[in-house]
Design a protein around this ligand. Structure first.
Ligand code: GAP
Length: 513
């Protein structure tokens, strides 16, 4: 399936199977705002729990908080968001469409990247088993030429953005002859900066209302609570504070479904460390976070690091974990060494000391911070898109399967009476009533059993349990595995352990070790 078709399929499957709906759809929707439906809410919760367990429960020195979305407005002055949380935007004079200038250039590079992918596929076909991808991409002149092109363009873009040389960003777009994707026109306006924060007001009367922002990241709720948590939790450096929660950004280019939203959720962890140790911790968290991703079994080839050449003014090292989405490799998570910038800024703006007294060194200092920051919605999209497959079966039919990692699947098992009579529905219902103490399970008696299997495959349910006439005789049922379609006869009393062995968080997280 072509990538674009695959992406369309992902979006329509997410709607058809109750995962993601357009927000306020009956009013024609709201751009880049989405609602998680009955299955989506469960999948999202399971991803959040999987992250929380790995970060908070499994680390003695990391605790979790839940800070408010509203924060004192000075927070955003101190953090730099009021002055510098901007995107460069450009308008097309003919279509009147507005774009992020950097995204136009990055999309141009993604097209060159897809040429590289094509070369790799061609060579793979030609050389078969003897094909060595690493060697090919590091020696093939055509691939090297494309890569050089990408590097040169991105380097110039990075430098121009860093220097705030917006005229050069425009010159780059014109030089590359980038056309408006909608109209094909190359008539561009100047590039301008646009602040991404949403403003709102707090207070009953217009004159006394206080201007507030909806938080554009959850991290600042952690920084301002650093000392409260350190003192009340008697935390010793190195230690971390984690949180998950909503963030809001007035994205100019809001597209690619739930990849870039205006209201989204982040899962962030700030790790407070001794100054000078940041590079060791940067390496540690890069490895640790990649292990977390790989533990879900979504394929090593689908991930890569992208180290930042252009660093934000507060960072001394930064990398993205990129995932291969249906529209190419894109940022899924950021790992940033943020120095002491944030705590120092909050000290300056609040006039309160935010220092740590190190008993071992008998000295106070402002800790450095290592941040891991992942978008929950992006992770959802990565998992969902990667899991959706169409399989050719032996009997020349196809089936659509959502091969979600079992630990994340919204429903762990569907219990199906073979027929709606002879006491089978009653037994199936008893199994549901028993298993639901431990897992999300569902009862399904509508349609022929084959169609029910297909429905559960498309829904991502790892197990189907069928109650038939033999069950009446020997208390056994058939358990069918979603991915292999293999069926086994097992005792009803063993069901809990069989399911647990495959869906238990421990079984999955242990793979990180
Ligand atoms: N505190 C650091 C921070 O917010 P970021 O790179 O701006 O860093 C972190 O965001 C992560 O949040 C990204 O890697 C991405 O997964 C997610 N994210 C950012 N903007 C998003 C948006 N508009 N929609 C969905 N996810 C977004």
């Amino acid at each position: 399936m072509a990538n674009e078709d695959q992406f369309k399929k992902v979006i329509s499957h997410a709607k058809e199977y109750g995962y993601v709906f357009q927000s306020s759809e009956i009013y024609d929707g709201l751009s880049a705002v989405y609602d998680y439906a009955q299955n989506g809410a469960e999948l999202k919760k399971n991803i959040r729990d999987y992250w929380w367990k790995a970060m908070v429960q499994m680390h003695d020195n990391i605790v979790g908080i839940d800070a408010s979305i509203f924060m004192h407005p000075t927070t955003w002055k101190a953090s730099g968001h009021v002055d510098a949380f901007n995107d460069p935007l450009i308008d097309n004079k003919d279509s009147k469409k507005r774009y992020r200038a950097d995204v136009l250039v990055e999309d141009y590079c993604a097209k060159i990247e897809s040429k590289i992918e094509k070369e790799i596929k061609k060579a793979q076909k030609r050389f078969g088993d003897a094909f060595n991808k690493d060697e090919f991409v590091s020696t093939n002149p055509r691939v090297l030429g494309y890569q050089e092109q990408i590097n040169t363009i991105l380097k110039r873009l990075g430098q121009s953005l860093e220097k705030e040389d917006l005229a050069d960003v425009r010159a780059l777009i014109e030089g590359l002859e980038i056309a408006c994707p909608l109209s094909g026109s190359r008539e561009w306006t100047e590039v301008k900066q646009f602040n991404l924060m949403f403003g709102t007001k707090l207070g009953a009367s217009a004159e006394h209302a206080m201007d507030l922002y909806l938080r554009p990241e959850t991290a600042q709720g952690i920084f301002v609570n650093f000392l409260n948590v350190q003192k009340t939790g008697r935390m010793k450096i190195p230690f971390g504070i984690a949180q998950t929660g909503k963030a809001f950004r007035n994205e100019i280019v809001a597209r690619q479904f739930i990849f870039r939203m205006r209201e989204f959720e982040q899962m962030e962890m700030q790790f407070f460390i001794k100054p000078g140790t940041q590079m060791d911790w940067f390496k540690h968290w890069k490895e640790e976070r990649m292990k977390w991703h790989l533990s879900l079994g979504m394929g090593e080839d689908n991930y890569r690091f992208h180290d930042h050449e252009k660093l934000a003014h507060y960072a001394d090292a930064a990398t993205d974990i990129e995932f291969k989405f249906p529209f190419g490799f894109k940022e899924l998570e950021g790992i940033h060494s943020r120095t002491d910038f944030d705590l120092k800024q909050h000290e300056e703006f609040s006039g309160k000391k935010l220092q740590y007294f190190d008993h071992e060194d008998n000295a106070s200092y402002t800790p450095y911070v290592l941040e891991t920051s992942i978008g929950l919605d992006r992770m959802f999209l990565a998992v969902f898109a990667n899991s959706l497959v169409e399989e050719e079966l032996d009997n020349n039919t196809t089936r659509t399967v959502l091969k979600l990692p079992a630990v994340l699947a919204p429903t762990k098992a569907a219990i199906l009476p073979l027929v709606k009579k002879d006491g089978l529905p009653e037994i199936a219902q008893q199994i549901v009533d028993d298993l639901k103490w431990d897992f999300n399970v569902t009862y399904d008696e509508k349609d022929a059993v084959g169609r029910r299997y297909r429905r559960q495959d498309a829904n991502g349910t790892p197990f189907c349990i069928t109650v038939d006439h033999d069950t009446l005789e020997d208390n056994t049922v058939t358990i069918r595995h979603r991915d292999t379609m293999e069926q086994k006869r097992v005792k009803i009393e063993d069901l809990r352990d069989i399911i647990k062995a495959e869906v238990d968080v421990k079984h999955w997280l242990k793979k990180m070790q």
